[in-house]
Design a protein around this ligand. Structure first.
Ligand code: M6R
Length: 609
């Protein structure tokens, strides 16, 4: 949540910072601001999206080769200019951009106010600028002042600090909120997310919690809150620059939906051994022995990642014979979960930074469980916090709505299920081969769904005026119903509910009348007939039905509108049925004149609990 960019080097900083902010806007778009060092600290801020800041900047002609910038998702303080970052101290000698939450900011603010500091915003972040100023007034040099200030705060931070009197130097510190330093030639970048800087460099260093870096054009000095000389760990990201831009597509959401065949290809590359009939997951090999001993898996995630986990539950129980529970990460540690050394806790997360999911992993580690990650963002906090794991390789997902990451999560979960089933001698070879062959042909089947986009567009057009929608599915399709409802509501603001079809007559059916459509997932799987009965029950109440099915002959007697997807084995069918739902949500948002990439009140990675 919130995006940070910093630059120090030989270029003009403002265009670099603004370019980075545009890449990060998906992380928050309540307000934005930049601060450039040019003998003094010049700050320009604006309420609203980055385009508003652009307009304002056009009047300022900011000159200077170092600076910091921020795009905000509001936590403390309404989305107004005075609450936009960067925040400054009283004398205008320190400016900060901050992600995370300073939990004890009220008491710190009171203390500092008592010492004469004047605050200009309602944010928790501003307190950091004043704390640093206070420590410097007491005689500490910049780095020590930052250290001393951070020692006073409770909470989380990804922080970049710039000083009026220290040209070409930035300081950055991390505790629970990600930061990455990009290494260029005589220049350095700082960002909360690599997508902001990969067009400039792919050589990066991720900060760990508790670390502070002093970044100048010449180099990086790394230390920690409590020690000096932390070794550098530079890594090369092999992301393609194009994956972080939307190319010919009107929105990232559409681009990310349309690139799903390639995403699946990337997620299974080198992992499907058709000749040997094996799932190859090198990321789990180090913990093979422990995986043989586990008696239970708990999958944790939030939002779409949680729904992918529900599909994973079916997959792993069917293919590996291990008992699985799926928990909302935000609830996990508030219960007294029964976790032992024989439990594996698998975190599913696109960003790898979701605070609730990360905290669930911390709790699982405390209870000595084996911790695993299914994460898309390389080097992210969850990827690093877990004992072992598998990357999605879906490339950066920029649209706030998870689409390609969700599909890739289901794809990789099916590989994990095969891997575990084989490791534990549970999965018959013929079944393993069937799943692997199904995955191998999946990119082609997804192409077919996308090639038939017209059938979805027609349905979306017909129902563009709907105010409510019920999504139904059973067994493997139940989580897809939940996901379809989440997708529709988050980008189009249409009220939608996802239910397991079997639950429909225990309450939701009371909602149904001729103005309340249902989207029913009914591929020809083991529960097809039961789902068809549920459709009849809805029709008897005059509810319009949109069926997503594999059955070419599904008559319009059963459904008002039919969207046909190719048939595959039941366990993999969710990968195909979710795609029309993503497209329906996208089309509904666009038809209502909304920006599906930046739904109101949301941000891409939710780094607060
Ligand atoms: O980065 P994560 O996968 O951990 O994010 C989890 C959820 O915040 C995310 O899936 C969210 O629900 C999406 N906006 C859904 O489209």
């Amino acid at each position: 949540m919130c995006g940070i960019v910093g630059y120090v080097g030989n270029k003009q900083a403002a265009p670099v910072l603004m370019g980075g902010l545009r890449k990060l806007e998906y992380r928050g778009y309540d307000s934005a601001g930049v601060c450039i060092q040019n003998g003094r600290l010049t700050t320009v801020r604006s309420e609203g999206k980055i385009a508003a800041l652009d307009l304002k900047l056009a009047k300022h002609h900011l000159q200077g080769t170092s600076g910091i910038a921020h795009t905000r998702w509001a936590t403390h303080g309404v989305p107004e200019e005075r609450n936009a970052h960067p925040h400054r101290d009283c004398s205008g000698s320190v400016a900060v951009v901050h992600n995370g939450i300073i939990e004890n900011f009220l008491e710190l603010r009171e203390e500092l106010t008592g010492k004469g500091h004047i605050f200009h915003s309602d944010t928790d972040s501003e307190v950091l600028a004043h704390l640093i100023e206070h420590e410097m007034e007491a005689g500490l040099p910049a780095l020590q002042a930052i250290r001393a200030s951070l020692a006073c705060v409770r909470g989380t931070y990804g922080l970049v600090v710039i000083f009026k009197d220290l040209p070409q130097t930035l300081f950055t510190a991390r505790m629970g909120s990600p930061l990455v330093i990009g290494i260029g030639d005589g220049e350095h970048y700082i960002a909360s997310d690599p997508s902001a800087i990969i067009e400039h460099t792919r050589d990066v260093m991720f900060l760990d919690d508790g670390e502070i870096a002093c970044v100048s054009s010449e180099g990086i000095t790394l230390c920690a809150l409590d020690r000096e000389d932390v070794p550098h760990r530079i890594q090369h990201l092999d992301w393609e620059v194009e994956t972080a831009s939307r190319g010919e597509h009107a929105h990232f959401m559409l681009k990310e939906i349309m690139e799903q065949p390639q995403v699946i290809e990337n997620s299974i590359r080198g992992r499907v051994d058709l000749i040997g009939g094996r799932a190859v997951l090198g990321g789990l090999d180090d913990v093979r022995d422990r995986l043989k001993e586990i008696d239970r898996i708990v999958i944790v995630g939030c939002g779409s990642a949680y729904y992918a986990g529900l599909v994973g539950e079916y997959l792993i129980e069917e293919l590996a014979g291990i008992s699985v529970e799926v928990e909302l990460a935000s609830e996990f540690r508030y219960r007294k979960p029964i976790i032992t050394e024989r439990t594996a806790v698998l975190a599913v997360s696109q960003s790898g930074e979701t605070a609730d999911t990360l905290e669930a992993i911390v709790e699982a580690k405390r209870k000595r469980a084996l911790t695993l990650g299914l994460v898309n963002t390389v080097g992210s906090s969850i990827a690093r916090a877990t004992d072992a794991g598998v990357y999605n390789h879906a490339g950066p997902e920029i649209g706030v709505a998870s689409t390609k990451a969700f599909v890739s999560q289901m794809t990789v979960l099916s590989l994990i299920a095969v891997y575990l089933g084989q490791l534990r001698g549970f999965l018959p070879e013929s079944k393993a081969r069937e799943v692997l062959a199904g995955l191998h042909e999946m990119p082609e089947l997804v192409e077919k769904v996308l090639a038939n986009r017209g059938q979805v567009t027609r349905v979306a057009e017909k129902y563009r005026g709907m105010e409510n929608c019920l999504f139904l599915g059973r067994k493997y399709q139940a989580p897809i119903a939940y996901e379809g409802a989440l997708k529709l509501k988050e980008v189009s603001y249409i009220h939608a509910e996802g239910y397991s079809s079997g639950e429909m007559k225990h309450g939701p059916i009371a909602l149904i009348d001729k103005s309340f459509p249902s989207i029913v997932l009914c591929p020809q799987d083991s529960v097809y007939e039961k789902t068809c009965s549920n459709i009849s029950e809805l029709r008897a109440r005059k509810g319009p039905i949109i069926a997503v099915t594999t059955c070419g002959s599904m008559s319009h007697v059963q459904a008002d509108d039919v969207i046909i997807v190719p048939h595959t084995m039941e366990a993999l069918q969710p990968i195909l049925t979710v795609i029309p739902l993503q497209l329906i949500a996208y089309e509904a948002a666009v038809a209502r004149g909304l920006d599906p990439d930046k739904p109101r009140n949301l941000a891409k990675s939710v780094t607060v609990e």
